[in-house]
Design a protein around this ligand. Sequence first.
Ligand code: AMP
Ligand code: AMP
Length: 372
Amino acid sequence: MSPKSSAQLPSLFTIATLGSHSALQILKGAKDEGFHTLAVVTPLNERLYASFAFVDEVIVIPKYSDFPKLEKELNKRKVILVPHGSFVAYLSMDEHKKMTTPYFGNKAVLDWEADRMRQRVWLTRAGLKMPRHFTKASEIDRPVIVKLYGALGGKGYLFVKNPEDFTARASHLVEQRYIMQEYVLGVPVYIHYFYSPLTGKLEIMSMDRRYESNVDSLGRIPLADQEGWDISPSYVVIGNQPISLRESLLAEAFNMGEAVVRVSRELCGERGLFGAFCLETIVTPDSEFFLMEISARIVAGTNLFIDGSPYSYLNYDEPMSTGRRIAREIRNALLSNSLDLVLDQSSRTTFSRSAAPNGDAVAVPGPGVPAN
Ligand code: AMP
Ligand code: AMP
């Protein structure tokens, strides 16, 4: 596993992220690893984020989509961005990619992740099973789920029984990008991984199942009472529940993660996928994993495990959230003078040369004090 580091960071770096999604976990983890922390928030969130002792600094912007305008200011400092779901949900892909602020992860993966058909190529090439895909409504021969593109947390998804049902309920979607997938009946299991580009090792960090409205409530009303009531299931994520996987399924979960990383190097450039990612699966009664999707970054289900999970406890004798694991990787990269291995290639890393380990104590400035 990655070395536990008691060494001091060479000079003070700031880990920054947008104030939402999994920002609290990311910034708490960053603080625990000795970084200065910065939350970029909207006015509504300012007091919340400032109220946490591990948030050193808060910058307020009118709306999340204004974030790229901060680039110049961030680039004057030793700031490293840790992205999460809100980066994809609120920033345009182009702007996001153009930013040169040091960025944990590989942006080349975003093109493969954002396009559901490309995801399919990636996951099937890795040997993973995916639900059957339908391109035309007339082909629908079993219940399907109609899914919109983008990290929308299940918003706008439709359960469709047959072609007639599609015409009645989903034909308005033609203007939008969506896919139709076979509806797989089983237990949704979201597996959170971390792949270290420094050690070349994969870790299972934790797992969750989502709690979705209203689909997770339908079982609370007997079928007889549902009859005559026009209910359609919806899949809007409201929260997450922890899950521990039957241990005999764990090896397959691990192998799936490794396969996805290996194939990413063939598809998304030689550096491939690294850092946090999640395989979103449904496990059938035959114990088969069907892949719904891949998220190529930290997912919000990891928020259940800010204090570590049963799986991270097997690897670490201290609380290790995914957010903290990311900060640990950045820290180990700084200490071994290999920051470029954990940052996207768009990142300006001119500061990395001056950041060679020298064992100096870290001076932590007060809130609002620039790090350099
Ligand atoms: P938010 O900052 O809550 O608007 O979330 C940004 C993106 O992440 C949206 O696409 C959400 O649907 C997704 N998301 C937020 N929280 C969760 C969660 N607890 N589980 C799964 N997805 C989430
Ligand atoms: P996704 O945006 O792909 O993570 O899906 C959000 C939710 O929709 C999942 O948590 C499931 O409840 C449901 N879902 C997505 N794809 C499928 C599928 N192929 N079969 C059954 N349920 C699905």
